[in-house]
Design a protein around this ligand. Structure first.
Ligand code: C5P
Length: 294
């Protein structure tokens, strides 16, 4: 009988994040291309007699009912009319509120693990509905790899998988609120018609070009408010990154390098300068699903 289960909870970056307009429900209509990367938290989930508990080695992560993994367990229990419990231990490696989807990934990993642990039968559409109610990025982590996100990001489609071996994530050590990032963008006037990129970008350049053509509409307003993030981007480029871009709503910036030596040397230099820096590679959907439960 299964009584505990381990799951890897991967981070993401965005190859594209196009914000089209603010919708009547307050969310922004997006066209995004998500990508899972090799950095991951580790979750150990153990059955309990009924209560849901969160334990985390990072004091910045709330361990109460506001934690997205807690909400995920509670939502799954409600949806399946069960009274199971779980203790969710999170070994945090993904920086918190960093544009890397850590909380959303923990929530999706919790759903996938609890379906096994609690031996639930759940309709796929119902699972995606629960995930979307937890947060816009949560459904993406049910599929992983390279995926297109539309709507507020919650409607996801797996696409051709991007290969990218030499990425460097750099975080300046402070959090950026996702809500604030979108609000900053909304205050800017955007006279040009809504962009249809990434579709046009994909059609013109193909999937292999995405890492060097990556773009993010949230970057300009967030960099204007936080010059420290612009400085990270500048440093990555001066250390030889072919391209550098803020991930999601920040503050993490990813650099795309040509080879592992350049990425490794930049990682060392940026760590010496006091930044959190971690070399990663893109994880495609096949690897994602093959390694979730390792
Ligand atoms: O969906 P999630 O809870 O992760 O979103 C956090 C906040 O980010 C939302 O409350 C909203 O202010 C903003 N957001 C948005 N448009 C999106 C996604 C998020 O305005 N597509």
């Amino acid at each position: 009988m299964l009584s505990s289960i381990q799951i890897q909870s991967y981070a993401k970056i965005n190859w594209a994040l196009d914000v089209l307009f603010k919708r009547e429900d307050g969310y922004h209509e997006l066209r995004s291309i998500y990508q899972t990367v090799s950095l991951h938290d580790q979750l150990l989930i153990t059955e309990t007699s009924g209560q849901i508990e969160i334990v985390c080695d990072d004091p910045r992560v709330p361990c109460d009912e506001t934690n997205l993994a807690f909400k995920a367990a509670a939502a799954l229990r409600d949806a399946t009319h069960t009274s199971n419990g779980a203790r969710i231990e999170i070994q945090k490696r993904i920086p918190v509120a960093a544009g890397l989807g850590g909380g959303s990934s923990n929530a999706a990993a919790t759903l996938l693990a609890l379906i096994k642990l609690w031996k639930l039968q759940i309709d796929e559409r119902e699972l995606f509905r629960i995930a979307a109610a937890l947060g816009s990025d949560v459904p993406f982590f049910l599929i992983g790899g390279t995926a297109l996100g539309v709507g507020r990001g919650e409607e996801v489609y797996s696409i051709e998988q991007v290969r990218c071996e030499n990425l460097l994530l750099v975080n300046p050590g402070f959090a950026v609120s996702t809500r604030d990032a979108y609000e900053k963008l909304s205050r800017l006037t955007r006279p040009e018609p809504a962009s249809i990129i990434p579709f046009s970008q994909l059609a013109a350049k193909g999937i292999r070009e995405l890492p060097l053509a990556a773009r993010n509409d949230l970057e300009a307003p967030v960099l204007a408010a936080y010059p420290e993030i612009a400085e990270v981007k500048r440093r990555l480029l001066s250390l030889g990154a072919r391209h550098a871009l803020m991930s999601g709503s920040g503050a993490t910036v990813f650099g795309v390098f040509d080879n592992s030596q350049a990425a490794e040397q930049s990682e060392t230099e940026l760590r010496e300068a006091g930044y959190w820096a971690e070399r990663v590679r893109a994880v495609d959907r096949y690897e994602y699903h093959a390694t979730l439960f390792q």
